[in-house]
Design a protein around this ligand. Structure first.
Ligand code: DPP
Ligand code: ZN
Length: 872
């Protein structure tokens, strides 16, 4: 398949001013009657044909301006409907038939238990009717839904419901009108047996908006947290950006069958139930945090995505990077900003860095794609959000707000590009941001190297900053990018020193260097002893930092940094030093600085001023994905055991302190979803994991006890996963009990599957094999696939990479079966092999052969793109 290229972009051949759709809904056969008002785009190149996208549609009728078309006037192909010599302005009438119940791809119109729903982003609308299915065609939609009243009591679409009524034969209809022009990817309907909960939000200009969450009735009592998060999001967007909601109703529909997290369709968001249905009793803190973030994310899209949308799919990060940045800021304001930042950086490093250094490396604004669904990536989302954060970093919060204001002032109602966004930021602040375009255009994580030289006689510290972005496929040479680097100096005893800059290099503004060149040097003087240098506070740019510091320096940073992210970073560096030493074959006892590291972590545990959640993250060793990023010829089993050995040592060193934290926080951990209670649960989970790693015989009983006394799902699941992952005596009973208790809850069964799929115990593979046949599992449900197969490939590095290739084989078989049903979900699974070149020769070869076998077996376009790239 030929790729689609950004360089080939041309405006759409026609404009569609108005769309009128009439659905005769039915699970087996739905008929869609469409009337489009089209007119030639003023800038369009003249052409004799007009292609309207359409896939898997049966055309029943076609007419232009009321005249049925003769066969010579149109042609239907796998791509769509070609109109030959259409007039400059006309009404196109088509009628098509589609089959929702047979739709296993979950794109377009499909069935989920007792209702029908749609997913149109990126190119699902063409599976519903013929259309110019591209985001720069923005039209006003009127939608009439008609169906059997008993089977489909609820009929929802975008905008406001303007008419409804009952018809003969037990049928009824509802008519919807969306006053805002929108691209087809934001179209949605949901119809069927749905209940709802309801609340109101009064906007700052005094309008009342009716808010509803629709779901199957049993999920509704657990959806109030999400509804509250929606209200908080609406309030936050008004306060922070002056952005108000623009319709009288806002509806969310939750489904258990969904390819992604959620979808921001105009005024009719559709959510994976995982991102809505959550309360303390049945969801973990991580789940609730996720729900809050996704609800906010989709709501924020109403302005960043819907009112101002993307010109083409290469600009996806225009809405996604920006909206992720916005939801990150919202979440930071809801709870602990420090913990949020640490979590986000961990995610970026675990998911995006490997993407950037692997075969699928692509710029935040890609220049070509085969299947757009494959570009909903950590790079477009998370790295995209980091780039937006860079603007905030260099312009300040107020400058950033000025840029946002100008962006909406200029582009409301338009489909624009990331260049337009950057121009608004620059123009609103009268600065030149042209070099930031490189962040969008260059793939690969820039490596920032910091070297220090101290002249003790003159008391001068010289610091050199240099950057280099490694070459990626098709992009060998890279240019320097602007990197904001906050700088701080500390004395050995932890006192923060003033920065006295000498006249070398650019003068710092607000203790921050913006590195724009390949290399720049700074000097600081007035120093009595070599200070401890700290750079990149708050992870100020998405770079890989190479800054060699001694154990002594890292210990000072761990103990005294004012920025919590930097303390976490020092802990990660110390942990990495230990793990890599053991991996390289040293006995842990012989590793340099071991005693000092032990003392530093003990002191950290005793620091009463430290947020227990930040402490928990400092005690959480760098994960295997992140470590692997910085290694070659990886032996995954050796890496797992090295990391485990360090965890064991840490658990033994800190035993007393960990027990203290565990017991001291017991009461707070029974509290609600507030910062102190969630922090208490986090530190208790971390402490218990390390204690058991340190001595399972002594502390394993605490996990069994927690399984029984758990007061919320966070505790219950922590206990269950510790029992299973450490292979403790009570694991089978705990698994059986969990299953029995939550058999009726799809989301909790997902967790039950994940816990087993991620277990490092020797029986993990046979468990996964058995679970594939368990009634709780099906290849047809994306959440189940991700919970079992996805988790196994992503988190179970020990058994996925089993030396005999059994993990790869099992995974590939499952992937192939899923691919036949749902290409979009399968393509995600394919990415698990992307890092294959980083492994030791035997695993490399086994993975390469597995990829070849998959390709030969015949894959969907989605999966084939990933696998082909991996083999290139
Ligand atoms: N559902 C995806 C998101 O909101 C695509 N827009 O990020
Ligand atoms: Zn989004």
């Amino acid at each position: 398949t030929d790729p689609i290229r950004l360089a080939d972009y041309t405006p759409p051949p026609y404009v569609i001013d108005h769309v009128s759709l009439d659905f005769q809904l039915d699970f087996e056969q739905t008929e869609v009657d469409s009337r489009l008002r089209l007119r030639r785009h003023p800038d369009a190149l003249p052409g004799r044909e007009l292609l309207l996208h359409g896939e898997d549609l049966s055309l029943l009728a076609i007419a232009i301006d009321g005249q049925p078309l003769a066969p010579a006037q149109y042609a239907v192909s796998a791509e769509g409907l070609r109109l030959i010599d259409p007039p400059a302005e006309f009404e196109l009438h088509t009628r098509v038939r589609i089959h929702p119940a047979r739709n296993t791809r979950l794109e377009g119109l499909y069935q989920s238990s007792a209702f029908l729903l749609t997913q149109c982003e990126a190119e699902g609308f063409r599976r519903i009717t013929y259309f110019l299915d591209r985001p720069d065609v923005m039209a006003r939609f009127t939608v009439r839904l008609e169906a059997d009243q008993q089977q489909f009591p609820v009929l929802l679409s975008n905008g406001d419901d303007v008419a409804q009524g009952t018809l003969a034969n037990g049928r009824h209809f509802v008519q919807w009108q969306d006053p805002w022009p929108k691209p087809s990817y934001l179209f949605a309907i949901a119809a069927g047996a749905l209940g709802h909960i309801e609340d109101y939000f009064r906007t700052r200009s005094g309008r009342d908006v009716r808010l509803r969450i629709y779901a199957e009735p049993r999920a509704l009592p657990r959806s109030w947290f999400a509804l509250d998060a929606l209200k908080r999001s609406m309030r936050w967007d008004e306060a922070r950006y002056g952005l108000e909601y623009d319709l009288d109703q806002f509806n969310i529909v939750a489904t258990y069958d969904f390819n992604m997290g959620a979808m921001e369709n105009k005024s009719l968001n559709i959510f994976n139930a995982k991102a809505i249905v959550a309360d303390l009793e049945r969801a973990t803190d991580a789940d609730l945090t996720y729900v809050e973030a996704v609800v906010a994310h989709e709501y924020f899209h109403n302005w960043t995505g819907n009112r101002v949308t993307c010109r083409d799919w290469f600009q996806l990060s225009l809405k996604e990077g920006l909206t992720v940045y916005r939801d990150q800021e919202f979440s930071a304001d809801q709870g602990s900003r420090a913990v949020k930042r640490i979590d986000d950086v961990r995610l970026l490093r675990a998911n995006q860095f490997p993407e950037d250094s692997g075969p699928f490396a692509h710029p935040v604004r890609p220049s070509e794609y085969v299947e757009i669904n494959n570009f909903y990536t950590a790079t477009v989302y998370e790295k995209g959000a980091e780039i937006v954060r860079l603007y905030e970093r260099v312009l300040g919060r107020e400058g950033f707000r000025r840029g946002m204001d100008l962006y909406f002032q200029r582009h409301d109602g338009q489909a624009v590009t990331t260049d337009d966004f950057r121009a608004a930021m620059a123009d609103a602040n009268g600065v030149d941001l042209s070099r930031f375009s490189r962040w969008y255009e260059q793939a690969g994580t820039p490596i920032l190297t910091v070297t220090e030289q101290f002249d003790s006689e003159r008391g001068v510290l010289t610091v050199q900053f240099s950057q280099e972005t490694p070459g990626t496929l098709g992009q060998a040479d890279k240019l320097p990018v602007p990197i904001p680097i906050p700088i701080a100096l500390y004395r050995q005893d932890g006192l923060r020193l003033p920065l006295q800059q000498r006249d070398v290099g650019p003068p710092l503004a607000g203790a921050m260097l913006v590195l724009t060149e390949a290399s720049q040097t700074l000097q600081f003087d007035g120093l009595q002893e070599k200070p401890v240098l700290s750079v990149l506070h708050d992870f100020s740019a998405p770079v890989a930092l190479r800054h060699r510091q001694s154990v002594a320096e890292l210990s000072v940073r761990l103990g005294f940094e004012q920025d919590p992210f930097c303390r976490f970073e020092a802990a990660q560096n110390l942990g990495e030093h230990l793990i890599q030493s053991v991996y390289a074959g040293q006995a842990l006892d012989a590793v340099s600085g071991l005693a000092e590291i032990g003392r530093a972590f003990k002191a950290l545990c005793a620091d009463a001023g430290l947020d227990p959640a930040v402490l928990a993250e400092c005690l959480n060793l760098p994960d295997e994905a992140y470590l692997s990023e910085r290694m070659q010829a990886i032996d995954p089993s050796r890496l797992f055991h090295a990391r485990q050995a360090v965890a064991t040592w840490l658990g033994q060193q800190l035993e007393g302190a960990l027990l203290q934290h565990y017991h001291r926080e017991a009461q707070s951990a029974g509290g609600g979803f507030d910062a102190p209670s969630t922090a208490a649960r986090r530190i208790r989970h971390r402490a218990l994991a390390l204690l058991i790693a340190g001595d399972a015989t002594r502390h394993g009983a605490l996990a069994s006890e927690l399984a029984v006394t758990a007061r919320n799902m966070t505790e219950r699941l922590a206990a269950l996963s510790l029992l299973v992952h450490f292979g403790l005596a009570d694991q089978e009973a705990a698994l059986a009990q969990f299953y029995q208790q939550y058999e009726d809850d799809p989301l909790l069964l997902d967790k039950w599957l994940s816990v087993q799929a991620s277990s490092p115990q020797p029986d993990a593979l046979s468990r996964v094999r058995a679970l594939l046949k368990h009634p709780a599992y099906t290849h047809r449900n994306p959440n189940k696939v991700r919970a079992l197969i996805g988790t196994f490939g992503r988190l179970n590095r020990l058994h996925f990479h089993a030396a005999d290739g059994s993990g790869y084989a099992l995974y590939a078989d499952a992937l192939q079966a899923v691919d036949a049903l749902n290409p979009q979900v399968a393509a995600r699974l394919s990415a698990a092999f992307n890092g294959w070149r980083r492994f030791e020769p035997l695993r490399q070869e086994a993975m390469r052969r597995t990829l070849q076998r998959l390709l030969q077996a015949g894959l969907s376009k989605d999966s084939a793109e990933i696998v082909t790239k991996a083999l290139e």
